[in-house]
Design a protein around this ligand. Sequence first.
Ligand SMILES: C[S@@+](CC[C@H](N)C(=O)[O-])C[C@H]1O[C@@H](n2cnc3c(N)ncnc32)[C@H](O)[C@@H]1O
Length: 393
Amino acid sequence: MSVSEGATFEVEVERILPGGFGLAHAGDRTIFVSLAAPGDVVKIKIDRLRGRIAFASILEVVKPSKFRIEPPCPYFGRCGGCDFQQLSYDAQLRLKSEIIRDCLHRIARLENPPEVSVIPSPHQWRYRARANWQVDINAGTVGYFERGTHQVCDVADCAVLGPELQQVLENVRSLLPDKLREGLTEIEAVSGEEGVALAPPLAGHSDQDVTRRIGGEAYRFGPSSFFQINHDLLEPMIATAVADACGQAALDLYGGVGLFTLPLARRFSQVTAVEANKAAANYARLNLSNAQLTNATVITARVAEWLNRIDPAENEFDFVLLDPPRTGAEPGVIEQILTLRARKISYVSCDPATLARDLKLLLEGGYELGSIAAFDIFPQTHHVETVVQLVFE
Ligand SMILES: C[S@@+](CC[C@H](N)C(=O)[O-])C[C@H]1O[C@@H](n2cnc3c(N)ncnc32)[C@H](O)[C@@H]1O
């Protein structure tokens, strides 16, 4: 069979890969099928080839998987946002659990990885408290990029947006076609206790910061600084990541606006947080100061650079928490963390594959796996948040 661009043929989807694609094979080619369900028999079209991998989209579901449902959103398939709506919610949770296990086995080389049940989101829809809307003034469209392109998919109702953000999306859309500024290409939106903030400010919404109270702590942040998108699961996630840790000194790497820095500052005599984004680091300082916590220092730096600068002999930490972006820890960071010889490490990750890559180094460096928990922070997408505790015996 010729697996060339544009070719169409039938395959059976074997399983779902960490990136959310369905895996299939044809001839000697590995095929990544978008928006698939495991067990689907589908007629596909090859969209592009990259090395031995062919990327394909589904033309027709010939025999649906038992996990397949009718995606409820009318933009599904065209909008580049959700890629798991074709799966029942139970199946989404189960597949995310299998993805984590698979990464721990194949990438971290754990012989017998534990079963990790993914804690469901209280809201499977309307959970997002943050969004980036793309704008095409000429076309008069506002929404998200279409799948695999930089064309704006015009979205009037996004089913994963929280009700407040959905209302503001409608307000912004009512400014079309001619009241949105020339040159505007993206709007960052965030909702908090004070309402919705937008960057740039629009439709009567300022770009001031908002507050969110989680687990007794108040966090302020703006529309452009990182804050988790689903606030419903943050309290149990923080409790799992920090667990019973306490002692003299803790290190919070990739600290953002201080989501973990504040709870750590209540448990440790001294906390050091490292965050590269200036605005986020400033919010972390503000949040600590508003909480009257004076025992934490926020350093604005890239983690790799800061770890390179410090002398491990003069910087002892009992506990290291790291929560890097999707790409995982930067090259060299895990090796540097190993030199700190902290008794406990808590790794919070939004990508099981890069988590497993980094865990392999930590396990080879002498750490043992304590517990693993997973939280469905991103329903209707393949993304999942995992929290791993490691102990140095
Ligand atoms: C997944 S977020 C976690 C933030 C925070 N722990 C939270 O949960 O809200 C990752 C954070 O790392 C920051 N970041 C990305 N690359 C970095 C780097 N090389 N060094 C330091 N911080 C970085 C980002 O600005 C972002 O705030």
